[in-house]
Design a protein around this ligand. Sequence first.
Ligand code: AP5
Length: 210
Amino acid sequence: MKHLLLIGPPGAGKGTLAKELNNYTQVSTGDILRAEKASGSELGQYIQSLIDNGKFVDDETMLKLLKKNLPEKTQLIFDGYPRNLTQIPYFEKLIKEVDSDYHLDIIFFDMDLNKLEDRIINRVSCSNKDCGEIYNLKNKAPKKEDTCDKCGNELDKRNDDNAEAFKERLEVYKSNTAPVAEHYKSHKNFHKINADQIPQKVLEEVKNKI
Ligand code: AP5
């Protein structure tokens, strides 16, 4: 089966793209962590103390939660894993376990890092996890303030979508995740896409490449 791996800085549009690729099931490690945080468990409290400040969760916890939340027998979009070099061998083992005959396309979101903070600060998304529609108060505002156009639920702002946490997330991206993209650069299905164009164009570019 065909699967996708999305790699890109915070706010590059990974979640926005994943929502448009209907033949795939998105596996977002950020969403998995936020769901655990919302459960109020002890683990959720530990996760909150890290992700709200833009810091990574430890590899062992991340892998355990990912395995627990991995759908089977479907085309997957890996959004957020692997996110550092040490997670790569675990990812490669895991994907073989779920699909021994897998084909992987790797999408790298190329973008001027100076433009990301504006996207992050203006992001709001639907609080209904089954919907999760992503908005932007500057370029994709909801028709009615604080209300999802699609399902009518309230819109939420993420705790890590502020200037301070974003600064940390960007530094962590540069030191931990950019090397993952570098690692996969020579992979035969590595596709660098221009993330600095309207979402419809990003989608078209990706569809033409996969
Ligand atoms: P995660 O939820 O994965 O956050 P992220 O990687 O920082 O990515 P974002 O969700 O912020 O951005 P996105 O690229 O999806 O952008 P979006 O489409 O929403 O991870 C959160 C945290 O969890 C991490 O910081 C870390 O602590 C932890 N974590 C996750 N994985 C981990 C792992 N493997 N190991 C350890 N810890 C882990 O778009 C953003 C905004 O821009 C929106 O408003 C949107 O409308 C707008 N927009 C999107 N595309 C465009 C476009 N083309 N043009 C204009 N605006 C656009």
